[in-house]
Design a protein around this ligand. Sequence first.
Ligand SMILES: Nc1ncnc2c1ncn2[C@@H]1O[C@H](COP(=O)(O)OP(=O)(O)OP(=O)(O)O)[C@@H](O)[C@H]1O
Length: 674
Amino acid sequence: MTSLSTPPCPDPSPGHAPDGGLDRELERERAHHEASRAALTRMTDDVTEQVVTGEDVAASGADAEILGRHLRSRAKEMAGLPPGPLFFGRLDRADGQTHHIGRHRIAEDPAAPPLVIDWRAPVARAYYQAGTQDPQGVLRRRRFGWAPGSTGAPQELTALEDEHLTAPGGSGPSAIVAREIERPRTGPMRDIAATIQPDQDDLVRSDPAVSLCVQGAPGTGKTAVGLHRAAYLLYTHPRRIGRSGLLVLGPHPAFLSYIAEVLPALGETGVRQTTLDEEIARGPVGAEDGEVAARVKHDARMAGVLRRALYGRVRTEVAEDLAVPDGSYRWRVPADELAGILTAVRDEAPPYATGRARVLARLVRALRERAERRSGTKGAAWARRVERARPVTAFLDAHWPKATPEEVLAGVLTAPGDPALTEEERAAIRWARPPRSYRSARWTAADHVLLDELAGLIERPEGYGHIVLDEAQDLSPMQCRAVARRTAFGSLTVLGDLAQGTTPWAARDWREQLAHLGAPGAPVVTLTTGYRVPAAIVELTNRLLPHLGVDVPAGWSARTDGEVTAWPAEGGLFAATAGAVAAARETEGSVGVIAPGDLVGPLRERLAGEDRVTVLPPEVVKGLEYDHVVVVEPAAIMASGPRGPHRLYVVLTRAVSRLTLVHAEALPRWLGLG
Ligand SMILES: Nc1ncnc2c1ncn2[C@@H]1O[C@H](COP(=O)(O)OP(=O)(O)OP(=O)(O)O)[C@@H](O)[C@H]1O
């Protein structure tokens, strides 16, 4: 049984009347916090001072530059640490050791035992994993409760909660964890380092070399797990992952702003967080595709279409010998030998630009062999001259011409002729009015994905050590390939929910999606415990699952609260929504009004000036959460195309506490709300 040093539900308010023993414990812990704060201040001062002196003591200018840069970024990192509590937990081990656990390591000096250990350190793992069944050498796990200080003052330590892991009986739920999960969501997403659950911790700390896929019901912490895994990998493998870079890909800019502060709060400031569209953009999006054209362009067959279009430029038949004048000589390579070089390189299938360079190198080697047989050794200058000789470049341009993605794609879209596409599909992607030159072409969003594919065929991209890919179910096969190209030598954390797939090409099966992502063998781990959506709302949204055509386990909620209200729009939709919003604003927390696209403008006007209120269409709420969600006309969202039910599922599961359904049309019957 969990034993609490405070009363069963520790009240974080400073006025709480604890017993004498607890008072003394709190005092001791506060003193430890003060000592940790003082040590952190010294650590920050030390690094800042080293920035000043580091450049003088370094051996060379280059060393000074590197050292200076390292220290400056470390100083910036430390100065930028959020001012919150420095630890959130403590482990008392059977071997007599005690560890306070926080977001960053704090020590009096590098050799001294730390006052606070980093949550990612191996010894901290037991904090997340130990239980009465398997105490892992832990006698006591202590959680700390913090409350805001008086205006402007730092947070105060006001509560603590102990679990004795070797005492008989099971462990009950933690009130501090429950309070953290149920707190209102104001402001951006927060880190969950203090309350990571064991199944989440397994994912956060799993082997970085192995790609991983997490299928999770809404609010099960997929995004949180992905971000903490990113922080963990950077801490544990600074060389492997830190150097080659870590990329976080999210579905849209509002989501990126929502999660922007999580990694910096965990001390990781250099991670690129962006959307896939931004990552691959080679210029602006200047046109839009029709529905059919977009579908064709996102189809996996386009990979073959583009490869054939690019390599179709290679001409392996050679009609004439190549003759290269060199002073009084003339070196000749016969046509069949030239054809042999071209065919061999093509069959080796290198990236297109590498292929061109390889043909050139072999050509020069063939010429050099002839020249050296007749007139002795040839050096690098000779080779460079021959490489640039007119007949050589003309041969190369005729048989393995240079290519740019734009030029090749323009060729495909002007006259699509690949037999892998049907006549209708070719007609759908054919340019109605081809631009004068590929340079003036206006590209659609899907074209950018195709340009990226071509760019990857021409030259292999550098890639990242690790990519965390959120909402991965929504990516098309061609978009998946863009991610795969960037992790050819790294690994992937794939996060998503097949039930939340809203794009026309959304995945219905992880195996297939993982194959497109270049990680066909990645294990798929399922999360079903929800930390956002409360039980009353999960019960409702689970009723939608049978309408979604995917095989995913239903979620359940770690929260027993929640409220669902149907709000008939008798006086009109706008007035009813305003009424529902006014009612929502009577309670603490954020209010998200989610309405079909055509209602968003007028509703924004109507609700302008209402603080805590955001009005959004269903397309951009993925990954977001609001304490109170007001859904306007659910039936219209449900009926908005073949993916309408999935869209409604996403919308309903944004609610942290309360959900109001404003409707003029009858509510879908399966909701059971009359
Ligand atoms: N262990 C935890 N402790 C406290 N809060 C948690 C925990 N796990 C998740 N949460 C909170 O639950 C909410 C949902 O988490 P998150 O957004 O990561 O879920 P998700 O699975 O990505 O959801 P969705 O698929 O709906 O986008 C967030 O506010 C997150 O901070």
